[in-house]
Design a protein around this ligand. Structure first.
Ligand SMILES: NC(=O)c1ccc[n+]([C@@H]2O[C@H](COP(=O)([O-])OP(=O)(O)OC[C@H]3O[C@@H](n4cnc5c(N)ncnc54)[C@H](OP(=O)(O)O)[C@@H]3O)[C@@H](O)[C@H]2O)c1
Length: 330
């Protein structure tokens, strides 16, 4: 028994050493580089822009509402490492519409500030509800913002990065890109699409020294999350509440640092780690340490995931019974 513990201890130690070594090797600076953040006027996107400015980057914020962009720009400028030489600008643009306008705007941003080194696709939203309760307008909006709103800016910037043989693309999905959850069907579908895009793009861009990072934020305390809460069925709230709520700054710090290290997955917390290991499937492994962890823990974590699925099923049938009881009383 003691021998088994010793082997397990040495194995974990080896993983930690590997992780540390690989961490240091890939770490890069953002100083004087140009970072574009779509959805940069609010929530996770705004925190990413602040984090990039703190690390010395020039920042372009992209969103639609000019007042919110102005306010975000003030915050980003305040966070600059070298305020005298860092440039911060914004572009008011709908990233889900009119590809040519998006391409023009991003080329203009390059002319003004310099070659785009990092593109962070944060613009996105969630509307919850069982499939039959979703309006067709909401379904179209979700698909066009979460999918096309990520594909279009990426499509415009990737050829430039490939030409320069340098760059990072970050695609912000969600933990819901790894599992479908009651009441999040359409949202999950759009985020699964972003995951597929990220995997394919990783294969296409890596030979050109362009990295792709898929960010899977947990529930995060943002204005967007507050709106999402209003449309959440009780089942969805009960299923997701065990994960708690994370600050956008935490997600942003992790995302920027993972992107700079060229990691494929960027997650926060133990649920994120579990999902990234158990759902790895044919996803790229960013390091030997990550691959070893996936191989060792995937089977074990599948047992844990079955436990979660059983618990979710229990929540759903309990809510259904309560609903039927209330209907009978009415
Ligand atoms: N918060 C969470 O719990 C959570 C969890 C997992 C994943 N995520 C994902 O993380 C991303 C950011 O979420 P968040 O909660 O930070 O959102 P948020 O606070 O609502 O911010 C959304 C940002 O996107 C911009 N935007 C919306 N539609 C746009 C469009 N058509 N064109 C350009 N910009 C647009 C918004 O500005 P304008 O409205 O002015 O355009 C705003 O700057 C989303 O992709 C979301 O799905 C969030």
């Amino acid at each position: 028994m003691a021998c088994l513990f010793m082997v397990a201890f040495l194995f974990v130690l080896l993983l930690l050493v590997l992780k540390k070594l690989l961490w240091r090797r890939g770490h890069k600076s953002l100083e004087n580089l140009h970072v574009v953040v779509t959805g940069g006027s609010s929530g996770i996107g705004k925190s990413v822009a602040v984090e990039a400015a703190r690390r010395g980057a020039h920042v372009t914020l992209v969103a639609r509402d000019v007042e919110r962009l102005e306010a975000a720009k003030v915050e980003v400028v305040r966070s600059c490492l070298h305020p005298e030489r860092q440039k911060v600008q914004y572009v008011s643009l709908d990233v889900s519409d009119n590809y040519e306008a998006i391409e023009r705007a991003l080329l203009c941003a390059e002319d003004d500030v310099g070659p785009i080194y990092m593109l962070v696709n944060c613009a996105g939203t969630a509307v919850c509800g069982r499939l039959e309760d979703m309006t067709v307008a909401d379904i179209k909006m979700l698909v066009s913002l979460n999918v096309l709103g990520t594909v279009y800016p990426t499509r415009a910037v990737v050829p430039l990065m490939k030409q320069r043989k340098s760059g990072c693309v970050v695609l912000v999905a969600s933990e819901a890109a790894m599992l479908g959850v009651y009441g999040l069907g359409v949202y999950s579908g759009t985020k699964f699409a972003v995951r597929g895009l990220a995997e394919a793009l990783h294969m296409e861009a890596k030979p050109y020294n362009v990295s792709v990072t898929l960010c899977l934020p947990p529930d995060t305390d943002t204005p967007g999350f507050a709106v999402e809460e209003q449309s959440k069925p009780i089942e969805t709230k009960l299923i997701s509440e065990s994960g708690g709520l994370v600050a956008p700054e935490v997600v942003a710090k992790q995302m920027v640092s993972d992107a700079l290290r060229g990691k494929f997955f960027s997650t926060v917390g133990s649920t994120g780690l579990m999902l990234r290991l158990v759902c790895a499937g044919m996803s790229p492994a960013s390091s030997l340490a990550e691959a070893v962890m996936q191989v060792c823990f995937m089977g074990l974590l599948r047992i844990v995931s079955l436990g979660y699925l059983f618990y979710f099923k229990h929540i759903i049938s309990k809510c259904m019974k309560n609903r039927e009881k209330t209907k009978k009383l009415e």
